[in-house]
Each structure stands twice: as structure tokens, then as C-alpha cells.
Design a protein around this ligand. Sequence first.
Ligand SMILES: Nc1ncnc2c1ncn2[C@@H]1O[C@H](COP(=O)(O)OP(=O)(O)OP(=O)(O)O)[C@@H](O)[C@H]1O
Ligand SMILES: [Mg+2]
Length: 308
Amino acid sequence: MEAADAASLAVHTQDLAKRYGKTVALSGLTMSVRRSEVFGFLGPNGAGKTTAVKLLVGLALPTAGQGWVLGAPIGDLATRRHLGYLPELFRYQGWMKAREVLGLHCELSGMARSDWKKEIELALDLVGLAERADDKVEGFSKGMQQRLGLGVALLGRPELVLLDEPTSALDPVGRHDVREIIRQLKARGTAVFLNSHLLSEVEQVCDRLAVVDHGRVIATGTMGQILGQDGAVRVRVTGLTPATRLGLQGYGSLEDEGEWLTFRGLAPERVPELVGDIVRQGGRVYAVEPRHETLEDRFLQLLKEQGD
Ligand SMILES: Nc1ncnc2c1ncn2[C@@H]1O[C@H](COP(=O)(O)OP(=O)(O)OP(=O)(O)O)[C@@H](O)[C@H]1O
Ligand SMILES: [Mg+2]
């Protein structure tokens, strides 16, 4: 891809790789994130998620490959002003008040002094820390510190926000709040790059996602594309002979767990036909449950396929 094409994207990488000595942290990452989309970057511990974000924000240098962020080559200083970044592990000076931490970052980002107050209030409100603005960080719980980190990432209305596990320290209310904040960011046209291993979080807010393992993308697309369109149905049935059970395999890939039979890849309109067939063959049907494959099922399956 030419740099000109990359300009229309929030992020574009081509075979981006990073080694630390003998350790391959990223082995060749190729992906695109569109502007104003929420992009989930999902993978197990050690997959390379944090490394990818560090390369994108210019905190680490790639060993090979190329990348563009907001149309500029990664590491470009002027572009960094338009990025928001919540690091995975961070600690602010305990003696500073929350408001001072935000003020410091306004200053570091080169924001016009006249905008500081407004931006700081906005960030405090957005992350639910308005009441604690004048308290010192050392008295903050981990979740409050994470909220503050998120507030820092949102200062100055960045065009792209990269969040590295933003909810790892948050309670369910905090997680819900972060999802809401992400939705608000999207609504105002901000692209969000969300590193996470919380599948439900990714499932609920992301437009598209990439699954990474061992430093490379093993699946990418919308949730629908990753999960596949055809669902599955579970049927609880008794009274079928082993031979009739085998005969039902034509309806989809069959998982036989005694009374429960799961048919995968079965189109919903074929469910009545399946049930009719079972009853005709002497089966007694107690339950018919559609089963949507969850991201967790798919994620585990993808990782397993990689291991095979
Ligand atoms: N500074 C470093 N020095 C040496 N090795 C590193 C460094 N940073 C990362 N690695 C290695 O690179 C690989 C990817 O690490 P990374 O932190 O990117 O994973 P991750 O997907 O963010 O994992 P987690 O879910 O645990 O946060 C790991 O094998 C890790 O040990
Ligand atoms: Mg990480």
C-alpha cells in the first residue's frame, strides 16, 4: 500500500515485526484500522498486543516492516499529538492530584493553555473522577488510577485512541462505563484501537477485530465474519437408536453428548424439518435451543487450530 492510501486509514501496517533478542514479539503484522471505527486486538498473554501498540505510538522501533498512523509513518512526532494512549502498566506520581496529572499531560502535549481547564473538566467528567479531582493519586484505588489513565488518553480530543487493556482493574460498573466512553468516542469520529483479552468486551463494542497469537494475525474481520453466519442448534432428545442418531448427521456437524445433540452449521429454516425427522424416528424431543457461537468458542477454536 502507498502512503497516500494509508492516509485514509487510522492505522495501516505491512509485515510489521519486532524482536527482543531471540524473542519474536511480533512476527509480521499486516492490518488496517479505519477512521472512526472501534478495532479490537485480541489475543492470549504474550501474543504481542502490547508490542503492537508500542510500535504504533512510537515507543518501540520495529525490527522490520512498515506502519502508518493517521497517514504518517509510525513514530512521526507531529502525529503523536493526535494520538491518545493508555499504557498497560503505568503509575503516576503519588503526590500529584488527579487534576495536576491531567494538567501535566496538557502541557506535555503542547495544548494551548487557554484550553486546559475545559479539557481537564471534560476528561474528569467522562471518566467519573470529577469528585476526586483534587485528591492525590496515592490515595486512589487501582480502578481509579486506571480511570485517570483513560482521562489522560482522552485529553485534547485525539483522532485515534489506543487503549491497552483499559478495564483490567475495573469493576463491572467501571467496565460498563468504559464501553460507554468508547461508544461516545466512536460517535464523535474517533478511531479506537482496543487491546484486550476480555472477549465479552470486544464482542460488545468492536466493529472489527483481529485475533493475534504468537505475534501474528490468525483471523480478522467483523464479528460476523469471525464467528461465521450459520449458527448451531442443541436438541435434547431421548428414544433414538444409535443408528438413527448417525442418520441425523446430514443436518450438520453433529456433536453427540447423550441426551443433548448439537448440530453445527444448520440453517435456522431447517430446524422444523430436523425436529419432524427426529419425532418420525421415535425420538422424544424435550428442548430445542438455538446456540450462537460465542467469540470465546471461536477464539479457543482458532488458537487450537494454530496449535495443531
Ligand atoms: N521489553 C521486552 N523485552 C523482551 N521481551 C519482550 C519485551 N516486551 C515484550 N517481550 C516479549 O514479547 C512477547 C509479546 O509480549 P507482549 O507484551 O506484546 O504481549 P501481550 O499480548 O501484550 O500479552 P499480555 O496479554 O500478557 O499483556 C512476549 O513473549 C514477551 O515476553
Ligand atoms: Mg499486553
